[in-house]
Design a protein around this ligand. Sequence first.
Ligand SMILES: NC(=O)c1ccc[n+]([C@@H]2O[C@H](COP(=O)([O-])OP(=O)(O)OC[C@H]3O[C@@H](n4cnc5c(N)ncnc54)[C@H](O)[C@@H]3O)[C@@H](O)[C@H]2O)c1
Length: 368
Amino acid sequence: MPANPVGVAVVGCGTISDEYLRNLTSFPDLRVLFCADLDLERAKAQAARYGVPGAGGVAQAAEHPDVELVVNLTVPAAHAEVGTAAVAAGKSVWNEKPLALDTAAGRGLLAAAARAGLRVGCAPDTVLGAGLQTARRLIADGAIGEPQTALALMQDPGPERWHHDPEFLFARGAGPLFDMGPYYLSTLATLFGPADQVAALGRRGQRSRVVGAGPRAGTRFEVEVPTHVAALIGYARGPAATLVLSFDSPLRRHGFVEVTGTEATLSLADPNRFGGEVRLRRAGRDDWETIPAAGSGATRGLGVLDMARSIRAGLAHRASGELALHVLDTMEAVTRSIAAGTFERVATTFETPDALPAAWDPWAATID
Ligand SMILES: NC(=O)c1ccc[n+]([C@@H]2O[C@H](COP(=O)([O-])OP(=O)(O)OC[C@H]3O[C@@H](n4cnc5c(N)ncnc54)[C@H](O)[C@@H]3O)[C@@H](O)[C@H]2O)c1
């Protein structure tokens, strides 16, 4: 048992909070001390379910004396506001994706944290999962030669079929681009470095949709954002990617990412998952080699843990606010391109984080 675990508060106790709370409460280096939500009953229920000692509102979470890190799992429209409130109360913050609704708000959050000597981390932490870390190590070891292009694809009928409150997933800050794009764009940015230009087309297949599950099933709501996005992305170091993200497809096809290099093509694991296999197709061969993923089997919460350990060790954390701001900037450029029909520049940049060692163990107690 570590003597000085990092105290955590979870703010936003909705759908994704189960996976986070299950994992965060299992890591010895963290101590989850508080659950908060606008809906106090939800906060109390999640605290009771996961043995978290405190529950209440956002202000109480931010002011808790033993909380160092606020894990912000609210809806995208509240990410910047809740994150900024946490920073104002002297806490570092982990935001679910996207970092904020727009680059200006994301930049504001990062600047406030920097001024206060605090940290911002952001989902997705799937880039730290065994599948993508294995792909990363293979590429770094030269398995595909020089990486040159990528083809990435996510097609789905839409999350309103299963989410109980899906309106936010079709509003500003979501749609397939802002909801699923961060997984694909963070993966590509981790492999290729910063993007510098994009062009895109967007379409909206249906003007309104119907809640498909839960107590509000049958409720019709407006679709505010494009639900099919096709983008071309140029990376400053030279590679080019083609990315399709769609909620307008009866066929469900998730997680297609192929990276082509001078010597081989690598088929990655689903960027929205943590494990999965990696397959390699060498030049001149007509079969795929399967490479087992190496790394921990942990899921959402890995990035929070890496952030907590990095705080204690005085090192940079991997799922950084800068990477998330760059991904947000890229998505905003895609949105501008859809509206204007032009190529758009992407100006933000980030330091590519170090790969996680294959032996990195979330369940080890590493904090003294
Ligand atoms: N649902 C998923 O499968 C999933 C997967 C990965 C990431 N995410 C991300 O996680 C975030 C939350 O998604 P979700 O599906 O859990 O949403 P949700 O609607 O199920 O839950 C969001 C919760 O946040 C609370 N909330 C909203 N505004 C708040 C505020 N200002 N202060 C405090 N609480 C507030 C709501 O009351 C609700 O309980 C989103 O950014 C989403 O992109 C969701």
